[in-house]
Design a protein around this ligand. Structure first.
Ligand code: PEP
Ligand code: MN
Length: 339
């Protein structure tokens, strides 16, 4: 249920109503927007008499919220969520703040990550990505450098000032991620419905980049975000990264760009697009990135490698630093055109 409070109601009257609602065993999410205060009631609302609520002088309107996703629902949080990364002047995502996240699929060596970090920063990226713990289809493929990879990302952050984005596969590595102050913890497509992992991530305050599952629906993605938020962490960034369809010959996944405006309408969370995993092809990454920006994405996450042909993972979908520079310029132009 969503309760819209009349403008200019004194806070103590709102507090009184919230206490009364909480006594009915409801979770009450109070959102104070620029225009209005909205109360989102989560739980069994049957004991609440909707007509009585409507008749209160401080209440403007009451509506049902039958959607299964609650905390992420735009109905109870009308403005975009803006997630600020790091203390002070760190970059933000959402509400008009665009995240240009770039870097290799995997951190391979100190030289590689420092070089790519410098290149993507010079091109205008405001976040560095790089996998240290890699989910690979084959156990015989490169599995990532693990904790050494995290240390190398930290060095790249120190060298460039770029906040780092890297995937957490197992809750047992969470302590390491917190100790190294990983700025954005990625939940990969294979773990989107690992609910125990999501619950653990609900207990921390770090920003979480939550990818859409390999064959996940939009609703399943929202429910996964709900797991993190219901457990206390509001800093969730949604990521469309393509889903598995019957097409496999020409694209690795089918990038669902319609998910961007759908998600932006349903939720207040930032939405970013990963055209690298979304297509699996470097030649498709620029056009799909520009389309994602035009569709209203709050950011893109793109794989960039110093020498894609020799990459230890995902070389076929990795841009060279030069191609990324061209793309970053074009993204700037599309964003200007949209203003
Ligand atoms: C990655 O970002 O390198 C990755 C493995 O992504 P996804 O979980 O989307 O496949
Ligand atoms: Mn990859």
């Amino acid at each position: 249920m969503v309760v819209i409070v009349r403008p200019d109601v004194p806070q103590e009257k709102i507090d009184h109503l919230v206490r009364w609602l909480k006594d009915k065993q409801l979770v009450v999410r109070e959102y104070q927007g620029q225009q209005q205060t909205v109360l989102g009631l989560i739980g069994d609302t049957k004991p609440v008499d909707i007509d009585m609520l409507k008749s209160l002088d401080i209440v403007e309107s009451v509506a049902d919220m039958t959607d299964t996703f609650k905390a992420s629902n735009r109905k109870i949080h009308p403005d975009d969520t803006v997630i600020r990364i790091g203390p002070g002047k760190g970059p933000a995502i959402g509400g008009g703040n665009f995240a240009l996240i770039a870097g290799p699929c995997s951190v391979e060596s100190r030289e590689q990550i420092l070089f790519v970090a410098g290149e993507v920063k010079a091109a205008g990226a405001n976040f560095l990505r790089g996998g240290a713990f890699k989910p690979r289809t084959s156990p015989y493929d490169f599995q990532g450098l693990g904790s050494e990879g995290i240390d190398l990302l930290v060095q790249a952050r120190e060298a460039t000032g770029l906040p780092i984005v890297t995937e957490l596969m197992d809750h047992r590595s969470l302590e390491l991620f917190l100790e190294k102050e990983v700025d954005i913890i990625q939940v990969g497509a294979r773990n989107t419905q690992n609910y125990d992992l999501l619950k653990e991530l609900g207990k921390v305050k770090s920003a979480i980049l939550l990818k859409r599952g390999l064959a996940g629906t939009i609703k399943e993605l929202l429910m996964s975000a709900e797991y993190i938020m219901a457990n206390g962490n509001e800093n969730v960034i949604l990521c469309e990264r393509g889903i598995r369809t019957y097409e496999y010959a020409y694209t690795r996944n089918t990038l669902d760009l319609s998910a961007v405006p759908v998600l932006k309408a349903l939720t207040h969370l930032p939405v970013v697009v990963d055209p690298s995993h979304g297509t699996g092809r470097a030649d498709l990454v620029p056009s799909m990135s520009l389309a994602a920006v035009a569709a209203g994405a709050d950011g893109i996450i793109v794989e960039v490698h110093n020498d894609p042909q020799k990459a230890l993972s995902d070389g076929a979908q990795s841009l060279t630093p030069g191609a990324f520079r061209d793309l970053a310029l074009k993204i700037g132009k599309i964003r200007e055109a949209l203003q």
